[in-house]
Design a protein around this ligand. Structure first.
Ligand code: SF4
Length: 270
C-alpha cells in the first residue's frame, strides 16, 4: 500500500496504558459487575495497567471485557499519540488521552472494514477508492492529540459507509439476499434460515436462534449478535464481521467461520 505504513489492527495490551479499562464508562449489567464513569480506572486495573482478574473475567461478572476489542487503538494512543507518556506518571495527559482513545478506536474500526473490503475480488472496480480511503483514515489516526480531539469521527464514518455499502453490494451481487437492514430480530427464530447474501447491516439479532442458518456472504456490519445462537451456522465469507461480534455470540465447533477469525475461547470445543 502506498503512503503511510498500514496500521496493526490487533490489540497489543502490553503496549497500552489500560485505556479501555479507564477511558470508557460502563454501567452495572450482565456485562459488567460494577458501575464506572469514563476516566475512572476500573477497580480491577493494576498499577502495571494489567487486569487483576484477567483469567476469571466471565466468572467474576465481567464478560463484557472479554468481547471488547480496541482494534489496536490502545497501543497507538499510548505509544504514538502520547509517545509513551502514561496517565499515571504524567497526569496532565489523562483528560486528552481518554478523550482521544474512542476517536482512534472509531477510526481503526473503519480501517478494519476498509481493509476487509479490499480483500474481496468483487470490489476490484472500487479498489482505488478503497485504498485512498484507507490512506486518508490512516493519516487521521496519526494526527496530534489536538487534531484527534477535533476529529469528527461521525463525518468520517458517513463518508466511509457509503463506500462500504458499494463494496457490500458488489460482493452480494446476484445472490438476491433478504434485506433485514436495521431490523429488530431480537430472539427471532431463524433456525436453518436462508440468509445467504442477506443485508443484516445494523440488525438486532440479540439472542436470535440462528442454529444451522446459512449466513454465507451476508453483510453483518454493525449487527448485534450478543447471545445469538450460531451453532451449526455457516458464516463463510460473511462481510464486515468483527471478532468482537463473534465473541459476543454463542457457537461451537460446528459453526463455520470466515477466514482469519478465531473460534471464541468460551465456545464448547466438541
Ligand atoms: S475487569 Fe479487567 S479488563 Fe475489565 S475493565 Fe476492569 S481491569 Fe479492564
Amino acid at each position: 500500500m502506498d503512503g503511510v505504513q498500514p496500521t496493526d489492527l490487533r490489540a497489543d495490551c502490553a503496549s497500552c496504558f489500560g485505556l479501555c479499562c479507564v477511558a470508557l464508562p460502563f454501567a452495572r449489567s450482565a456485562d459488567f459487575a460494577v458501575d464506572k464513569a469514563g476516566g475512572q480506572p476500573c477497580v480491577n486495573l493494576r498499577e502495571d495497567f494489567r487486569c487483576g482478574i484477567h483469567a476469571q473475567l466471565r466468572e467474576r461478572g465481567f464478560p463484557g471485557c472479554t468481547v471488547f476489542d480496541c482494534q489496536g487503538a490502545g497501543q497507538k494512543v499510548s505509544q504514538i499519540t502520547f509517545g509513551g507518556r502514561d496517565w499515571r506518571g504524567d497526569p496532565g495527559t489523562a483528560r486528552q488521552m481518554f478523550a482521544v482513545f474512542p476517536v482512534v478506536r472509531g477510526l481503526h474500526e473503519l480501517l478494519g472494514y476498509l481493509t476487509q473490503a479490499l480483500t474481496l475480488d468483487a470490489t476490484r472496480p472500487i479498489a482505488a477508492e478503497l485504498r485512498a480511503a484507507v490512506d486518508r483514515v490512516e493519516a487521521l489516526t496519526l494526527g496530534s492529540a489536538d487534531e484527534l480531539e477535533r476529529c469528527d469521527v461521525a463525518a468520517v464514518r458517513a463518508e466511509v459507509s457509503e463506500l462500504l455499502l458499494r463494496a457490500s453490494e458488489l460482493a452480494r451481487a446476484g445472490l438476491r439476499g433478504a434485506n433485514h437492514r436495521g431490523a429488530d430480530l431480537m430472539g427471532a427464530r431463524l433456525r436453518r434460515a436462508d440468509l445467504r447474501g442477506a443485508n443484516l447491516r445494523g440488525a438486532y439479532l440479540i439472542a436470535a436462534d440462528l442454529r444451522g442458518a446459512d449466513l454465507r456472504t451476508a453483510d453483518l456490519i454493525g449487527a448485534d449478535l450478543r447471545d445469538a445462537d450460531l451453532r451449526g451456522a455457516d458464516l463463510t465469507g460473511g462481510l464486515f464481521l468483527t471478532q468482537a461480534q463473534l465473541d459476543s455470540a454463542k457457537g461451537d465447533a460446528s459453526t463455520r467461520l470466515p477466514t482469519g477469525f478465531r473460534r471464541p475461547r468460551h465456545w464448547p470445543r466438541a
